[in-house]
Design a protein around this ligand. Sequence first.
Ligand SMILES: Cc1ncc(COP(=O)(O)O)c(C=O)c1O
Length: 373
Amino acid sequence: MAATAPVRLLDRTPAIEVPFFDWKALYEERSEDYLRIIDETASSGGFILQAAVEEFERKLAGYLGVRHAIGLSDCTNAMLLGLRASGVRPGDEIILPAHAFIAAAQAIHFAGGIPVPVDLEEGDGLIDPDAVRAAITRRTRGVMAVHVNGRVCAMDALRSIADEHGLEIYEDAAQALGAKLDGQAAGVFGRWGAFSFYPSKTLGCFGDGGALVTNDDELAATVRAMRNHGAGPDKSIAPDCAVWGTNARLDNLQAAILAYKLGWYGETIRRRRAIASRYDAAFRAITALNLPPAPKSATRAPGWISSFSTTCLGFCQASREGSFMCRYPHSAQPASHRLTINNALKHRFDKAFIVSLFCKESTKIDYIVRRRS
Ligand SMILES: Cc1ncc(COP(=O)(O)O)c(C=O)c1O
């Protein structure tokens, strides 16, 4: 994705450049704190799997109300390890939405599974439980719910389907840290949930970062071992090490930054919601954009969504050529699963416009809103 995107202008306001992500400005807002944290962490001499990682894991688990949070290198690897630790075997089918970021499909593929994309609910942008039900075969192992735009999937319906058919639920909650459904946090509905702390995410670090959260003690222990080459809690690799691991660790510098940012995460969410609401009000009437539902809108029942629009409009921009998942190699899917994905295809966007849910200056937001075409 380009750092800036062109805007077709209809009025005579002088053009200004609005970065898609204004990371520099956000860094500068709290640079003294960041530099202090980096100095404290580096001067402690602990860089890998030391106190800062444990502290962040404790804080994240507390924030979400879950037993275990495991700091990992990124969300894609969190999903890969989660799937492997869940015992996904070659040929297992995992159902996921046809429009989402491609990382979930890639994790399923690398875990040996077969990603089976299904349609979204019309006007909703999230996986359609009826489409999930229709795609179940005797090889189906689980459902990957992807909570895009900070909105939570219909977990109640997915849970009943999963229980009925003996399936597991996994959650790609990369875009949904802090989103809730009926008081329960996204990421803790299924066997495990995966988060991303890539800089553009609502809780972003200064590089790559991710986490897996779960209430399953055994799965947590396996993922902890897997992230560190199969090492046990003492960080040594036993000669008869039973777990195939890799390197998927979150480093201490990122963990220290994340623990600090989690301390004022409520403020971050409020700010992004306010900006998203302004964009929503400005662009909602442009039906060709087919925007995701507005922040706070309740599409099923009052209170169904008590989340926020995180990457909402930024996601539209990135997807204007069509859905990421629709570009997923068709030939890699079994013929029986080349399903109709009409609603997912509607998530094409004919208009490009610059949005930044990270803008510090309200003048830039005013400018974007004024210049809509
Ligand atoms: C829905 C979703 N899943 C997964 C990812 C991948 O996250 P990471 O870059 O941390 O692997 C992203 C990142 O953009 C995402 O938006």
